[in-house]
Design a protein around this ligand. Structure first.
Ligand code: BTN
Length: 326
């Protein structure tokens, strides 16, 4: 969607009727520019009603991001937030900004990512107004080697915020997928810059499914859960973004000072497969069956097999028959 379409969407976001004339006047554009904006919004998947004499309205209001509101709700934290309508990937952008010397605590959120990235080289799909996609840049005195547990710590922060926002059943699937019984609620992608021995910089990216989006569900190969369905109410994405960033900065401060040790017990309490029979699919295609016994101080998955307790730093976990779906 181009700038005009976003402006039109913002004008209609409240779900009330707005005449084409009013929208044109407020935006300082022509009626035909508004018409193109409406056409593009429909093309992006929004249902729009048109009623003679009343104007246009969205079939369902949409909560769009507003940097001033998010920043206000982040008072007292070291986080400075920026919001973009469209960009390639918030992670890619913050990695570039980090290389140019951007300060720690810088957060970047986008309504649309044209090249959103997931873990293991996957694409991350998101729908406008339906997903929350953002990244947070953080500088650490430690090197990448000591930050092994960071991605798990970040998962703890997300679950805390998502439980408080209306998904009390949210849990973690190793290493850091946030899951509900219905499917995946949020994913995390962490990228690092710097020296192995330190200092280093992390870009912590998160994608949260806020509202069910048929296009996203059709594009991904696993079940997707969303926060509004879990909470049974509409979610203000600005409030949610601020809550996620507040929790993230609090958890990262603890992690930077005390390491993952301080968060390990909580991670295991939130672990969807704790003490369950699982299968770990390794990157080389082999798989190992065992009982998930939680995680080590460095974030490795501990698997109890016939040969004893083994530690794993990569792979995809799935439940074995008889376990509870997650
Ligand atoms: C995963 O579960 O595979 C991780 C998904 C991470 C997606 C987020 S969306 C914001 C940030 N920018 C990206 O390109 N990816 C992360």
């Amino acid at each position: 969607m181009n700038t005009m379409a976003f402006q039109t969407l913002r004008a209609l976001a409240d779900g009330a009727f707005h005449s084409g004339e009013d929208i044109a006047r407020v935006l300082g554009v022509t009626r035909s520019a508004v018409w193109y904006g409406i056409r593009d919004i429909s093309g992006a998947g929004f249902a729009i009603e048109k009623v003679r004499g009343r104007g246009y309205r969205l079939a369902q209001p949409v909560s769009l991001l507003d940097a001033a509101r998010v920043q206000q709700a982040l008072a007292g934290t070291p986080v400075a937030v920026e919001i973009c309508d469209t960009l390639d990937s918030t992670n890619s952008r913050l990695m570039q900004r980090a290389a140019q010397g951007a300060p720690g605590g810088l957060a970047l959120a986008a309504e649309v990512q044209t090249a959103g990235r997931g873990r293991r080289g996957r694409v991350w799909y998101s729908g406008i107004g339906h997903t929350l996609t953002f990244s947070l840049l953080w500088h650490f005195a430690q090197g990448a080697r000591e930050l092994g547990g960071l991605s798990l710590a970040v998962g703890v922060a997300l679950v805390r915020a998502l439980r408080a926002a209306g998904a009390p059943a949210a849990q973690l699937k190793w290493p850091n997928d946030v899951v509900l019984p219905a499917g995946k609620l949020a994913g995390i992608l962490i990228e690092m810059q710097g020296d192995v021995l330190g200092p280093s910089t992390a870009v912590i990216g998160a994608g949260v499914n806020v509202r069910a989006d048929a296009r996203v569900q059709a594009a991904v190969d696993q079940p997707v859960a969303d926060l509004e369905t879990a909470a049974g109410q509409t979610i203000d994405r600005n409030v949610l973004l601020a809550a996620l960033l507040r929790e993230l900065s609090a958890v990262i401060e603890v992690f930077a000072r005390d390491g993952f040790t301080a968060l390990r017990e909580e991670w295991q309490q939130l672990h969807a497969q704790q003490d369950q029979p699982v299968r770990l699919l390794l990157p080389d295609g082999k798989d190992i069956a065992g009982i998930a016994r939680g995680v080590a101080e460095d974030g490795a998955l501990l698997l109890e097999t016939a040969a004893g307790l083994s530690r794993h730093h990569s792979g995809e976990v799935s439940l074995r028959a008889g376990g509870v779906a997650a």
